[in-house]
Every structure is written in structure tokens, then in C-alpha cells.
Design a protein around this ligand. Structure first.
Ligand code: MYA
Length: 430
């Protein structure tokens, strides 16, 4: 086995791509994507080092169509008003029944209305970027795509982008080329606002990722994860041994750890900015954005994000910060369990990162993440998920995360960029 592993490119193994790109369609077979301002696989493969970061095409805002493109007969465009609870509920219903599933169709993301409120109404959000398609006769919402404005730094350049997400087409309308129509419409609506670049993440491989991460999962309730078919029983192990393997202490161990409070905002933002400056790609947060994502003023019925700080007991300075958010998945057709409650590691930062000494950073991160696991367990999460980004490879193994089947590819629209390293050494991206 070891010799076989050596023959495979480690990055291919970690990203879940087939060796030598065998599961990769070439550009010509992407009828839609070959018409779009994105890099082809060939350009990236042949000229990795020669690529100079910059826009692919200039957009003349005067020449951007002011009206939506034609929709298929029987369907019509709608701009969703997510301030209206009923319409938010419609988006929730569409996604709950038709959004992303794993390959075996056992689990499907179940973004709560509170989560959608948080993710789709980030500072500067625009109603026009919440795009729906309704069946004209019934009025039923059958497709959706969204964007929110963000600033994204890629190495030394900061891009005024939209972050495109929640593309979804009703299962009965799949494979009818509706997705390209939605993508073209959100593109037009971004261009109209003078936004000419976008960033998006997709589980499947399209031309051409700027980076790729692998999902890792850490069981918190191993027995439930086993029951629903998420976690296997490893060969030679027993249920009891697995339960013991994932058992966590009752209490956290880092002195000065507490829930983040309003008074911490400036200190945490300062720490996070310095931490993210070490990465090649990261969102640039204004204070308002930071508050929205990490410390939302509006406390929804269903909590979405949890943020913690370490306040040094002696100096009273904030030295560390971490956060995670709640994203449930429906367990499709299971008798006993309806959902898996997953905590996703969100942002974190630590002063230990600035020492330049990995032997200081690694133990600190491991204690912080162990505490994060303990806190997530207390909040009744079943699993804790993380990607191979930031400094995560320094703690994944020690904290008993296991590699998942899925990869997450990061893409840029209308921006040429040298790809970032992904996989195991993903520490220069966010
Ligand atoms: S990622 C989450 C995507 N959603 C899901 O996976 C939910 C479940 N699946 C579905 O709802 C459908 O299967 C979807 C495709 C809607 C995904 N991103 O209509 P089709 C290409 C980009 O016949 P359907 C997220 O939300 C595909 O390669 N392209 O297919 C980020 C093919 O093109 P080509 C995708 O299965 C979204 C064409 O569409 C995706 O009925 C970022 C087939 O169309 C995908 N996830 O519907 C979007 N899936 O022939 C891009 C398929 O060329 C944003 N395709 O291979 C770009 C930036 C725009 C703004 C720019 C501003 C400047």
C-alpha cells in the first residue's frame, strides 16, 4: 500500500481528484464554462508560474444589459425579498429539499432560516442579488442563486467581488441547462452594480480551481454518526473503543477562555486581521462585517455562530479567538434520526502565530481546538468539521479528525490567478 501511495501525487489524494486528472472533463466539453471568463485547465497546468494575477476581461458597464435574459417558457424571474419571512421560508424550503447532497444521497444540507438571514444579508447586501425563478402557473419557487458583496484579498491585490452561493435547481428541473441561465443572470446583476469579479466554492470540479481543500470530520457523538451511516466502524475496532476514542473532557482547559463579548470586538478584529495577513487569500473585513459574521447584534431564535476569546488572566489582553457555526444536514429517510447537527470551524486567530515558531503555534492551536470541540459537544453538536485551510493541518490529526470524502474547490470569476497550494499544506489561504 505504501508504494502505491507514493506513486500517487499527495495533492491528488488529499483533494480527492482522480490521479492524473482522470475525472476531469476537458474545457471543450464544458459547453457553458468554456464561454465564460475563467481559466482553462490547460492554461493553469501549462503556465502555473507564468500567470500574472489580474482581470480576464474588462467590462464596459454602459454595455451591460439592463434587463434580465429571457427565461424558459412557463417560468419567470423574481427578485426575492428576504426581509419578508414568507419568502425567506420559500428559499429555505427549496434548499431543504433540493440543495447539496453527498454522493450516496444520504445527507442533505439544511440551512436554517436564521442561517440564511445571516449569510444572505451580510453588510452591503443587495436585494437584486437574491435571484429566484418561479413556475408561472403555480408561483412555486423552483430555482435560486445569490450573491453578497465582499472584499477579497488575493496576495497583494484586493478585489471588489460578489460571493456567489446557494445555487439550487428543483430536482425535477435538473439537466435542462437552467444553472447556466441563473449564473448568467447573477453575473449581469453584479456587472450592473459595477462588480466584475466573483468568488465561489463548489464540491465538483469545474474549470479551474484557484485552490482546493479537503473536508475533515471529528466525531463528537460517534454512536449517532455510526447509526446514520456517516462514520464507519473501522476494521478491527469495536463500538465501545470508538466511543472511548472520541470521548472529550467535561471542561475546557485554556485559562481565560470565555464567550466573546461586545467589548472584545476591536481587539479580536485587530488580532484576526494580523492573522489573516499571513494568508495568500482571505476576506478583508470592515468592523461592521466582522461584527456581522462573528458577533451578530441580532440574536436569532436559533443560534448560528459561536465565538470565544482567551483573555490573558494577568494582562487582560485578548490573545486568541475561535468561532464555529451551526449547519445541520437532513439524514435522508432514516427511521431514528432526522438531522445531524454539525459545527463548522469558522475563523480563529492566535498570537502564537506571530512567533514564527511552529513549535509554539502547534500546541497552542491544539489546546484551543480541543476546547472548541468540548464547547461544541456541550452545545449538542454531533460532529465538528474543518477544511485543510489556515493552520488547520497543525491540529487535524492530533484532535482525531478524519479525512472526509468531499473536497471543496475555490473558484474566481473573471480573474486570472496563480493557483494557491491546497491539501495538506494549505496554510497560505483562508
Ligand atoms: S455550489 C452549490 C451548488 N448547488 C448544488 O449542488 C445543489 C444541488 N444541485 C443543483 O441544484 C443542480 O444540480 C445545480 C446544477 C443547480 C448545481 N457551479 O442546469 P444544468 C454547470 C457552477 O443542466 P443542473 C454554489 O452554490 C455544469 O458544469 N456550475 O445542471 C456556488 C454545466 O456546465 P458545463 C455548475 O444539474 C455556485 C451546467 O452547469 C454547477 O440541472 C457558483 C449544467 O447545467 C455549480 N455548482 O444544475 C456558480 N453545477 O456544460 C458560479 C453544475 O459548462 C458563479 N454546473 O460543464 C460564477 C460567478 C457569477 C457572478 C460573476 C460576477 C462578476
Amino acid at each position: 500500500l505504501e508504494s502505491l501511495i507514493k506513486k500517487l501525487n499527495i495533492n491528488e489524494m488529499l483533494t480527492g481528484l482522480a490521479p492524473q486528472g482522470k475525472n476531469q472533463k476537458d474545457m471543450a466539453s464544458h459547453a457553458f464554462w468554456k464561454t465564460q471568463p475563467v481559466l482553462s485547465f490547460d492554461e493553469v497546468a501549462s503556465g502555473k508560474d507564468k500567470i500574472v494575477d489580474g482581470p480576464i476581461k474588462e467590462i464596459d458597464i454602459e454595455r451591460v444589459d439592463k434587463n434580465p435574459s429571457p427565461m424558459y417558457p412557463g417560468f419567470e424571474w423574481v427578485t426575492m425579498d428576504l426581509e419578508d419571512e414568507k419568502q425567506l421560508e420559500e428559499v429555505y424550503d427549496l434548499l431543504t429539499n433540493h440543495y447539496v447532497e453527498d454522493q450516496e444521497a444520504m445527507f442533505r444540507f439544511k440551512y436554517s432560516p436564521s442561517f440564511l438571514n445571516w449569510a444572505l444579508k451580510a453588510p452591503g447586501w443587495k436585494k437584486e442579488w437574491h435571484v429566484g425563478v418561479r413556475a408561472t402557473a403555480s408561483g412555486k419557487l423552483v430555482a435560486f442563486i445569490s450573491g453578497i458583496p465582499i472584499q477579497l484579498r488575493l496576495r497583494q491585490n484586493t478585489l471588489n467581488c460578489s460571493e456567489v452561493n446557494f445555487l439550487c435547481v428543483h430536482k425535477k428541473l435538473r439537466s435542462k441547462r437552467l444553472a447556466p441561465v441563473l449564473i448568467k443572470e447573477i453575473t449581469r446583476r453584479c456587472y450592473v452594480e459595477g462588480v466584475f469579479q466573483a468568488v465561489y466554492t463548489v464540491g465538483s470540479l469545474l474549470p479551474t480551481p484557484v485552490s482546493t481543500c479537503r473536508y475533515f470530520h471529528r466525531s463528537l457523538d460517534w454512536e449517532k454518526l455510526y447509526d446514520v451511516g456517516f462514520s464507519p466502524l473501522p476494521h478491527g475496532s469495536t463500538k465501545q473503543r470508538q466511543i472511548v476514542r472520541y470521548k472529550l473532557p467535561e471542561t475546557t482547559s485554556t485559562p481565560g477562555l470565555r464567550v466573546m463579548e461586545a467589548k472584545d470586538v476591536d481587539a479580536v478584529l485587530d488580532l484576526l486581521k494580523r492573522y489573516l495577513a499571513r494568508m495568500d487569500m482571505a476576506q478583508v473585513f470592515s468592523k461592521t462585517e466582522f461584527e456581522h459574521w462573528m458577533f451578530p447584534a441580532e440574536k436569532p431564535k436559533e443560534q448560528v455562530v459561536w465565538s470565544y476569546v482567551i483573555e490573558d488572566p494577568k494582562t487582560k489582553k485578548i490573545t486568541d479567538y475561535f468561532s464555529f457555526y451551526n449547519l445541520e444536514s437532513t439524514v435522508i429517510g432514516h427511521k431514528k434520526h432526522n438531522v445531524i447537527k454539525a459545527a463548522y470551524l469558522f475563523y480563529y486567530a492566535t498570537e502564537a502565530a506571530f512567533s514564527g515558531d511552529e513549535s509554539l503555534l502547534k500546541p497552542r492551536l491544539n489546546s484551543l481546538m480541543k476546547d472548541a470541540l468540548i464547547l461544541a459537544k456541550k452545545e449538542n453538536f454531533d460532529v465538528f468539521n474543518a477544511l485543510t485551510l489556515l493552520d488547520n493541518p497543525l491540529f487535524l490529526e492530533e484532535q482525531r479528525f478524519g479525512a472526509g470524502d468531499g473536497s471543496l474547490h475555490y473558484y474566481l470569476y473573471n480573474y486570472r490567478a496563480q493557483p494557491l497550494p491546497g491539501g495538506i499544506d494549505a496554510r497560505n489561504q483562508s
